[in-house]
Design a protein around this ligand. Structure first.
Ligand code: ATP
Ligand code: MG
Length: 389
């Protein structure tokens, strides 16, 4: 007899007709995430996803940690299994919830009974266990209307369960439920956070990194892959597209006016990301841009940049303060990797005096000497794809 894990669905419960498809997505994400921890049976009953170990080899502690990062889950809890006997249920509740009972001032017991052969009704079981708990913990009073603590009991086919306390889940919506996007992932602090936030809203991520070897080092690429690896904890499996960017940057350096280097380079990022979006059925792009942070993130510069994209360019961090972004980066575990000192392609050939308010027609004129289509095609043909699980 073993414990189980319970996941309360988040926003999915507000969905109408397509709710079932969100649930199916969530369950398949849960199954995939739990693979390293053993064989589990995963199913949904009344907006709760049940995770039951199928044998004794399951790592329940590992699984419990893992489910806390799955988007689409409002809260998680464990439930202790015991014999389907009223006294065994009481003993289990007494031990399993001792700390919670000691901390609360009022409680009630709620029971569910899916095994109809169990000799007591739900109400009888609640009254029986509630009475004994009240004797055992005399400081806490029964309050059926507004209790601080609800002791949940369930009598199911193979066992009875006492639910533990609810812990906050990852929130958001199941990854994949809201389509796919290309996410431009640099090695900085911002883009891992924007990627995380997009995934949290149920979006499946195709990360793209522009790599300018040897101007940026092999370590810079390893760093991005490490960031992506950390993000798999939230996003699931990721296929990172590494785009060779050296030739494009050299061409810009050699043929364009220096003050437009950055905006022209970023326009190439958009064109190539658009191609990757088309190949992967993505309906948008995500960047870590943040209004006013650097010269390329003024409204004018962003307008000149995104003129090269057909799909919308979404910027989850546009109005965040740096401090708020850093807080999330720390929480999700990307910060320490992001601050490793390897340079990004954006810092190669940076102009001394970049145009902060470039006009689109001036930018278009500045890039006229370039074989734009040829350069984009060459980069797309030489993409390296790395799968992270
Ligand atoms: P970050 O901390 O994410 O690097 P940043 O503040 O350094 O952001 P920029 O370097 O101007 O800002 O980049 C803005 C956005 O452009 C990044 O958040 C990212 O989405 C994208 N980007 C920049 N460099 C790259 C790159 N080498 N590969 C992929 N995307 C990039
Ligand atoms: Mg950067």
């Amino acid at each position: 007899m073993s414990d189980i894990i319970l996941l309360k669905q988040g926003e999915i419960v507000l969905k109408g007709l397509n709710r079932r498809s969100f649930e199916i997505k969530l369950m398949s994400n849960v199954r995939r995430r739990l693979k390293p921890f053993g064989n589990f049976r995963v199913y949904t009953v009344q907006s709760t996803v049940y995770v039951e170990p199928e044998d004794d080899n399951c790592d329940m502690d590992g699984a419990f940690e893992a489910v806390k990062t799955i988007f689409g889950v409002a809260s998680v809890s464990r439930a202790a299994a015991c014999d389907k006997d009223k006294d065994a249920i009481f003993e289990t509740a007494k031990e399993y919830l001792r700390d919670e009972m000691l901390a609360a001032r009022s409680f009630k017991v709620e029971s569910k009974r899916s095994d109809k052969r169990f000799p007591m009704t739900s109400i009888q079981l609640s009254q029986y266990v509630g009475g004994l708990l009240a004797e055992e913990f005399p400081h806490i009073k029964v309050d059926v209307h507004n209790p601080e603590l609800v002791v949940n009991l369930e009598v199911r086919d193979y066992a009875a369960y006492v639910h533990g306390p609810n812990i906050k889940g990852a929130g958001g919506m199941p990854v994949g439920a809201n389509g796919r996007v290309v996410s431009l992932l640099s090695g900085g602090i911002d883009s891992p956070v924007s990627t995380y936030l997009a995934a949290k809203r149920g979006v499946q991520i195709i990360p793209v990194h522009f790599f300018s070897f040897p101007y940026t080092s092999q370590q810079a690429k390893e760093k991005v892959l490490e960031l992506a690896q950390i993000l798999t904890k939230y996003c699931g499996r990721l296929m990172v597209e590494i785009v060779p960017f050296t030739h494009i940057q050299e061409e810009i350096r050699d043929k364009c006016p220096e003050e437009y280097f950055t905006v022209i380079m970023r326009r190439f990022m958009m064109r190539i990301s658009q191609r990757i979006a088309d190949m992967n059925g993505c309906a948008a792009m995500i960047t870590g841009e943040n209004l006013g942070q650097v010269a390329s993130q003024t409204m004018e510069a962003m307008m000149a940049t995104e003129a090269c994209a057909r799909v919308p360019v979404l910027r989850p961090l546009i109005c965040f303060d740096k401090k708020e972004i850093v807080e999330i980066a720390r929480k999700i575990g990307t910060f320490e990797t992001s601050i490793l000192p390897y340079e990004d392609c954006c810092t190669v050939f940076t102009p001394k005096h970049p145009r902060t308010k470039p006009r689109l027609e001036d930018v278009e004129k500045a890039e006229e000497p370039l074989d734009i289509d040829g350069l984009v095609e060459e980069a797309v043909q030489n993409i390296e794809r790395i799968t992270l699980n």
